[in-house]
Design a protein around this ligand. Sequence first.
Ligand SMILES: *Cc1c(COP(=O)(O)O)cnc(C)c1O
Length: 379
Amino acid sequence: MKRYRTWVEVSERALTHNVETLRSLLEDGARFCAVVKANAYGHGLFEVAGIAARAGVDAFAVDSIDDALSLREVYPSAMILTLGYTMSDRFREALSANIHLTVSDLEGIEQAQTIGRELAKTFPIHLKVETGTMRQGVNMEDLTDMALHLSRCDRVSLEGVSTHFANIEDSENPEFAARQFSLYEQALSILSEHQICPPWRHCACSAAIILYPQTHQTLVRAGISLYGLWSSELVENTVRRLNLGCDLQPVLTWKSRVTQIKTVHMGTPIGYGLTEVMKRSGRLAVIPVGYFDGYDRLLSSKGEVLIKGTRCKVMGRICMNMMMVDVSQVPQLEKEDEVILLGTDGRHRVTAEDHARLCQTIPYEVLTRINSALPRVIV
Ligand SMILES: *Cc1c(COP(=O)(O)O)cnc(C)c1O
């Protein structure tokens, strides 16, 4: 049955391949955390978590406590870590569900201790250290205080210490990342002087996993590479230049269907604002996808979709829930035929990188903006 108008297909084979490829790069003793924040980079939280769990990943990382709690219902014993901020009032739920929280200040540690006492349980936290991203993180100067405080908190278990790189995707200029890593190592040694040696030491995102094995520590956090995309063009070029034997396979295909086909005369203006006209007489197809679905309005008159192996250009403005494409070159097209918005069809491909270039953004944003209400289907 052709049930869906628009949907996202998630390839189990490709995702499993990526997990295995990335794991084969890991230093001895390093474990693998699948970053499934932002609806698993638009791929579908539960679909991806399911495949990743079958592939044997060691942990999941999400942004919010809400995602962590939803995952916990399905995975009673998995290690689940929140990367983003958790409101103090949610710490109780976090501890009850044994969620590991990222904490980056004294208040966080104190709240963990308070709730740990109340529930008579040990609160697993990961301390995030500021090494130069100027996002979350404890300043290096405050680490000693933090360590002294931690040693007095009998209901807090420092399970991890983490940091995050600001410029590691710029593989031609590794100096800043190297400085951050050295600060991170200093942070670990300050903590160890206070007999604090957390089992989970993690700082490597995709680019670090692929290019800098010395950063792997005991856990790596793989996001974009898990989904088969490169962190940046520079990372991709470096991998190819150094022949690193890391081939990633895109996991996602975004599909829709033709809902109407019409013959249109040369010179006919198309869509809102009459911004584009047919250059010659031909055929137009209406596709039930718009900017609400996450197809960026900047792709108006620029985007391309694949229909029956043919590239078809978007005509006129992307609407809220629809768009029009030129199908003059597609033979024997029928209503409800498949359209590929992102993915491969025969010898043609439309990638998240293509959309990112046209929209002056990065593939991460293109993927994460695919509306989470659209169905995800594992194939
Ligand atoms: C998103 C995120 C990652 C994953 O980064 P990728 O470049 O997608 O691999 C890792 N760590 C933190 C803290 C993140 O926020």
